[in-house]
Design a protein around this ligand. Structure first.
Ligand SMILES: O=C[C@H](O)COP(=O)(O)O
Length: 365
């Protein structure tokens, strides 16, 4: 079943220039990023609460039954045993290995980094993960522990390294002033974070204050700029479990993409409902449609509650069938997960040796 993603909205819901001209406050006037510029183009006028609401609320509603049926059908696709090891290796390469606990210590981050670099010490062919994801204050610890494996240093030697992602903007609630959020981002970027995982203000979004959410994303994107011109990549967490409806997830995805997100991410992992296959499918459809409209590629990161290889492979199939196989690369797709890697290592070991190893084969996280 084809899911209507609202891609036709570009022409179906242009902002009225006259109304936009009357608007007292325009977000784009106070933000000069490419995100604001492309929203101006799409909305055919200044970015305001009114024009954003008109655009986002004009996007056709999600066919929930169709979406869930499509996700379920993609989830039942089998892959050949011969392809399974390749798929598991790809899953590892796409993981943001995460620790986001109040009790995190430098020692825990060093252990996480050691595992990120060498997930399976008994198998040198095991790939490394894409990134480690930590709270901002632990970025220097992660960078020091990565040493030559840190992505920018590795790149200088022509090899692929591991990035450091920091959650910021008053993660996970997002309840703080914009000044506090920007200081949080600036700290992490100054400490050397390669990627910033920000949360949107769900309260503002649900109250219909789309301009405020847009403006915050634009401002955070600006704060991701480094003096050397090499930006930290911005992942925008929608916290889908708090957005309640698929329609809201679709609107928030479009809003984040319009504002300049490099990635849209489902969840913090801190609420009851986190990543699901249908919601990730919906977000993949948005980035697919944005790519068709503009040629720009935006990444997707399901996060929270993805713990088994079986589930991770369902996500790979869904990505390939929705956005295309091209998206199965670390710059366009990630799994945000704390314990998925352990299960993938056990499954790899089973393929390699023909039997499952004991629980002590993987580290206890
Ligand atoms: O962003 C990543 C999540 O916080 C990880 O969630 P998880 O512990 O359920 O895998």
């Amino acid at each position: 079943m084809t899911i209507d993603t609202g891609a036709g909205s570009r022409t179906a819901h242009p902002a009225s220039s006259a109304e936009a001209a009357r608007a007292p406050h325009t977000t784009a006037q106070s933000a000069s990023s490419a995100g604001a510029a492309r929203a101006l183009d799409l909305l055919d006028g200044p970015v305001t609460d009114t024009t954003l609401r008109r655009y986002l609320e004009g996007i056709p509603g999600v066919d929930a039954v169709g979406l869930e049926q499509r996700a379920a059908s993609l989830g039942t696709r089998s892959i050949k045993t011969s392809s399974k090891k390749l798929a598991l290796d790809r899953v590892i390469e796409l993981i943001d290995l995460t620790t986001l606990e109040g009790s995190d210590t430098p020692g825990k981050v060093r252990s996480l980094v050691a595992k990120a670099i060498t997930p399976d010490p008994s198998d040198p062919s095991c790939p490394q993960v894409a990134a480690v994801c930590v709270y901002g204050d632990l970025v220097p610890v992660a960078i020091e522990a990565l040493g030559a494996h840190h992505a920018p240093r590795a790149k200088a030697h022509g090899v692929t390294g591991i990035s450091v992602a920091a959650v910021a903007t008053a993660f996970p609630s997002g309840r703080a002033s914009l000044a506090v959020k920007l200081a949080d981002v600036a700290d992490a970027v100054a400490a050397g974070a390669d990627e910033i995982d920000m949360v949107i203000d769900r309260g503002a979004f649900l109250a219909g204050r789309y301009g405020e959410v847009f403006e915050q994303i634009v401002a955070v994107k600006e704060a991701c700029r480094r003096k050397d011109g090499d930006d930290a990549h911005l992942k925008v967490i929608l916290e889908v479990g708090e957005l309640v409806t698929y329609d809201n997830v679709r609107r928030a995805s479009w809003l984040a993409v319009l504002a300049g997100a490099d990635f849209i991410k489902t969840s913090t992992g801190k609420v009851t409902s986190n990543a699901t296959l249908p919601v990730t499918l919906l977000m993949l459809e948005v980035v697919r449609d944005w790519h068709r409209m503009t040629g720009e590629k935006v990444g997707v990161k399901p996060a929270g509650g993805i713990r088994t290889s079986k589930d991770a492979i369902k996500y790979l199939v869904t990505v390939a069938e929705t956005a295309g196989e091209e998206w199965l690369q670390p710059h366009l797709f990630r799994f945000g997960a704390s314990s998925l890697l352990n299960d993938v290592l056990l499954q790899r070991q089973k393929i390699r040796t023909g039997h499952y190893s004991g629980a002590d084969y993987v580290t206890i996280d």
